[in-house]
Ligand binder design. Structure first.
Ligand code: ADP
Ligand code: MG
Length: 913
């Protein structure tokens, strides 16, 4: 979240700028680095701390909650604040959260060896979208920076826009293009942490500001076609031929330029080995509203605290988790691909030993994608290489588990039956990378130290020169170790000892009592209280040999380590290929585990234009986790039909609709679905619109927004779309809302043919079933049990009573006169204004519509008769109660509010009004 004073503290702090001419060399270097990073806050290494000065110091002190101190030199006093380099992560995180980009200016020269000022350079710019530090990233999630570029066709405001996204920690790179609306939707799906906008690019605001990205204008030059082409040519051959749209190429070039800039600008990121172009239409399109209302990745506090992703996530490693997330964000639309994933899940579900083996092997796997990123960026240490080795070491075992699955014969599968192609392909893609594994094993110490410059990293036997140096060092040390004995013998001094300290190196110590027996070749080095320390020319020589060999060995080890790291980096693509296969295997195993544990069923996918949704005993995977007594429901939706769903508040309408949509999303993700049986078509788009008043958790409850989302649906939905409309039209006056809802349903039916679930509180809309061929009614009811009103959560055909609020009141035990009067008012209020203001055809209500109603509907008809009578008999129209009743705006009340009103009335009767 950008803070108000952020502008003043990125780039050159004014306090430093003002003193620019007289700064000491060090602060002058700081000033130069700040000036070169205008959009970042520069953290400047001084010894063990990262420091900031003047206004930047004040910001660091405030955001990181560290003390503001002062640096005084011959030119003046400068406010200063710093964070320890050793433990910088939490402070960097605070700065990122406060909306800063942070440039780390490290000492790039050894302070001891520098003559004069130590050289410093910005080695990394940390930004929300380009962080690579494990400490600052969530394990198992992707973190993208994206760039958007406008196409050439500037005359067309909805013209082509290019979108490119990179996860700098793993090297994943995605590129696409589309019109403005498609890209807006795609951005919500990619959900980058940061967006770089090219010149003339449309302004893309996140649908959800809280979760959304920060947009920022980076150097416009990187969006230039020529610059982008040049940049891309270090990633792939002939880039100009690889992209259809100019905007794609420019977005890709720009995002990589920015990624390189944040990694210290030392050239191309070699671990970005694949730039994947894709067409959003090749995936089930789920816009931000659908992702949100189906709670795919974000819980909105409606019931259970989990998301759909949580319900599906039984992965064992970060790789699998990220893969599953990608799958759920982009469900498939190709029936064959969907069935192929189902095949794999089916097989894994049947083979618990394989699942167990995979889980065991992968739970020790490191995050290969990020490891390989670090290796390529030259940031990996010896422990990282060992982690890579440990992960490669599980691959053979994993392959054996997959291959040896024949020993476990699941029900209905004969031992020699071929494994599914999907799993066999996966097994074949598990590259054991024997060469890399052996290289690391031969080269790198089994438990290396954390530093790669202090030796102990390379194993004996890997390098002859290193072995020779180590031998020299070892022999020298052995000679020294023997020295005590030989000198004692030579001098006859029994108490003579040999030692070593940091300042003076090796010495021979002789007590003062024996001073007269010291040989001639001893040179005095240090005098202590009761003894003298000496060296001999030979000891001196040996010492130099040992120290020299050790120093050269450390330097050589470092060089060798870097060589090994580079040789491993050369295999980046293969490691990434393995990582991808492991990730898929883990994701499939997760789906299989969920299917088995959650009692899911394999959906039959019918890829034909008029296949509809048939679900038997469907459940909502998230809601059922929170409530053990979840009531399964069937769903039978012929293609292009519209189910109008009525029933009291809290009876289960929204849950039912979502469980259908979630089943579709799950099936197309490759998962089984929580149901007894399911036959599903392949949809290509899924729309949801939750009425403004029901969308409280979204914090965007404006009628305007509701209408603009409805507009989108009415524009874009088609026969391959699944549409969920939940209580639309509620955010405005009843007549308008009802009119809009009715007109929308008619339009969807007549013009779009989208398969639709429509939950409504406008009971009048149930008439549509009689007027439109493919519209039918469903409803939820309530009963009374032991004096309590209970929602059965069971869907039944037909329309519910128009006065379900009153029914509930009656079930709850509200006295008959009040219930009766309420009924009469409901039917009375329903009649005169019932006609749809915008459509003459609705002025007469087709009685057939009422016939569809069930028992409650009949009760409703009776109630109307009753109502007329009871009004005359029981309530004086002039009484206070009557006035209150008349003022109640029933049409705008929820059943709960109605109940409260009734309760209020009842207590007035009790009070004797
Ligand atoms: P409506 O949309 O009709 O107001 P909801 O779908 O929001 O009702 O459901 C209200 C609550 O009822 C949910 O939070 C859930 O706990 C419970 N519920 C809904 N459907 C079922 C079901 N099929 N079985 C059990 N509980 C359910
Ligand atoms: Mg609801």
């Amino acid at each position: 979240m950008p803070t108000a004073d952020r502008e003043t503290v990125t780039g050159l702090p004014p306090g430093i700028a003002a003193a620019r001419e007289e700064l000491t060399p060090m602060l002058s270097q700081y000033a130069d680095l700040c000036a070169a990073h205008e959009d970042a806050l520069v953290l400047f290494q001084v010894g063990d701390f990262y420091e900031a000065f003047c206004e930047a110091a004040a910001a660091v002190a405030r955001v990181c909650e560290v003390t503001l101190t002062e640096r005084s030199d011959s030119t003046g006093d400068y406010p200063m604040a710093g964070v320890p380099i050793d433990n910088a992560a939490p402070y960097l995180e605070s700065l990122l959260n406060a909306g800063y980009r942070v440039a780390l200016a490290d000492q790039v020269e050894d302070a001891d060896q520098a003559s004069g000022l130590v050289d410093r350079a910005v080695t990394e710019v940390i930004t929300p979208g380009t962080v690579v530090e494990d400490d600052l990233l969530d394990a198992g999630t992707t973190n993208y920076v994206a760039a958007v570029a406008a196409g050439e066709d500037e005359a067309n405001p909805n013209g082509s826009v290019g979108l490119a996204a990179v996860d700098v920690s793993t090297g994943e790179c995605l590129v696409t293009a589309g019109d403005r609306d498609a890209i807006a939707e795609e951005l919500d799906r990619v959900a980058p942490a940061e967006l770089i906008a090219g010149p003339d690019a449309p302004d893309f605001a996140p649908a959800d500001a809280e979760r959304g990205w920060t947009t920022h204008e980076y150097d416009a030059d990187v969006f230039d076609r020529r610059a982008a082409t040049e940049r891309l040519s270090s990633y792939l051959a002939a880039p100009e031929r690889r992209f259809d749209a100019d905007a794609e190429l420019r977005a890709a070039g720009a995002v990589l330029a920015y990624a390189e800039y944040t990694q210290g600008d030392d050239g191309p990121l070699s671990y970005v080995t694949r730039i994947r172009r894709y067409d959003p239409r090749d995936r089930l399109r789920l816009d931000a509203a659908a992702q949100r209302s189906l709670e795919l990745f974000e819980n909105r506090g409606l019931g259970a605290s989990d998301t759909l992703f949580d319900a599906l996530d039984e992965t064992n490693c970060a790789l699998g988790r990220r893969c599953l997330e990608r799958w759920l964000r982009r469900p498939l639309v190709d029936a064959e691909a969907i069935r192929s994933r189902h095949d794999a899940v089916d097989e894994l579900a049947a083979r618990s030993l394989v699942r167990g083996g995979v889980a065991e092997a992968l739970s020790t796997a490191y995050d290969l994608e990020r490891l390989v990123g670090r290796i390529s960026r030259g940031r990996a240490d010896a422990r990282d290489l060992r982690s890579l080795h440990a992960t490669l070491a599980v691959v053979p075992e994993l392959k054996a588990t997959l291959a040896g699955a024949e020993s476990e014969t699941p029900e209905g599968v004969t031992a020699d039956q071929p494994r599914t192609d999907h799993l066999r392909d996966l097994r074949d893609r598990l590259d054991e990378l024997v060469d890399v594994r052996e290289l690391i094993d031969e080269a790198i110490a089994v438990t290396p130290p954390p530093e790669i410059t202090d030796g102990g990293v390379i194993r004996d036997g890997f390098d002859d020169d290193l072995d020779a140096l180590r031998a020299t060092e070892r022999e020298g040390r052995e000679w020294v170790a023997d020295l005590e004995a030989t000198e004692r013998e030579r001098t006859g001094i029994d108490s003579l000892s040999v030692g070593h300290n940091q300042v003076h190196g090796y010495y021979i110590e002789v007590t003062d009592a024996n001073a007269d027996r010291v040989p001639d070749d001893y040179r005095r080095r240090q005098t202590l209280k009761n003894s003298e320390r000496y060296v001999t020319p030979e000891l001196k020589e040996r010492e130099e040999e040992i120290v020299g060999a050790a120093e050269r060995a450390d330097a050589l080890e470092y060089d060798r380590f870097v060589d090994v790291r580079e040789r491993v980096a050369d295999e980046t693509e293969r490691i990434q290929g393995l990582a991808e296969a492991l990730a898929e295997l883990d994701a499939l195993c997760s789906l299989a585990t969920v299917a088995v544990d959650g009692d899911y069923v394999r959906p039959e996918i019918v890829d034909d234009a008029d296949a509809g949704v048939e679900i038997e005993g469907g459940r909502h995977p998230v809601v059922e986790r929170g409530s053990p007594s979840f009531v399964p429901n069937d769903a039978s939706l012929p293609r292009g039909s519209i189910a109008v769903i009525t029933g009291p508040n809290m009876s289960g309408k929204s849950t039912y609709m979502r469980s259908v949509a979630v089943a579709v999303v799950l099936a197309q993700t490759g998962s089984f679905v929580p149901a007894q049986a399911a036959t599903l078509p392949v949809f290509d788009r899924l729309f949801t619109r939750v009425g403004a008043s029901d969308d409280i958790a979204g914090g965007q409850s404006t009628f305007m927004r509701e209408m603009s989302e409805l507009t989108e649906i009415l524009h874009d939905a088609g026969s391959d779309s699944l549409v969920l409309l939940d209580e639309i039209g509620r955010g405005t006056a009843t007549t308008d809302g009802r009119a809009i809802a009715r007109a929308a349903v008619e339009f969807i039916h007549d013009e779009l043919g989208a398969t639709t679930l429509f939950a409504t509180h406008y009971h009048e809309l149930t008439d549509l079933a009689a007027e439109r061929e493919r519209v039918f009614n469903l409803h939820f009811t309530a009963t009374r049990e032991n004096g309590d009103v209970t929602f059965l959560h069971r869907i039944v055909p037909g329309a519910s009573s128009s006065s379900y609020g009153v029914e509930v009141a009656e079930l709850a035990g509200v006295p008959a006169p009040v219930v009766d009067r309420s009924r009469s008012l409901v039917s009375g209020a329903g009649e005169p204004g019932d006609g749809d203001a915008t459509s003459g055809s609705d002025a007469t209500v087709d009685p057939a519509g009422r016939d569809e109603a069930d028992d409650l509907g009949d009760a409703d008809a009776d109630a109307r008769d009753l109502g007329v009578r009871s009004a005359d008999e029981t309530l004086d129209p002039e009484s206070g109660l009557a006035a209150i009743l008349r003022d109640i705006d029933l049409a705008r009340m929820t059943p709960i509010e109605a109940l409260n009103a009734l309760h209020d009335l009842q207590s007035r009767i009790d009070d004797g009004e």
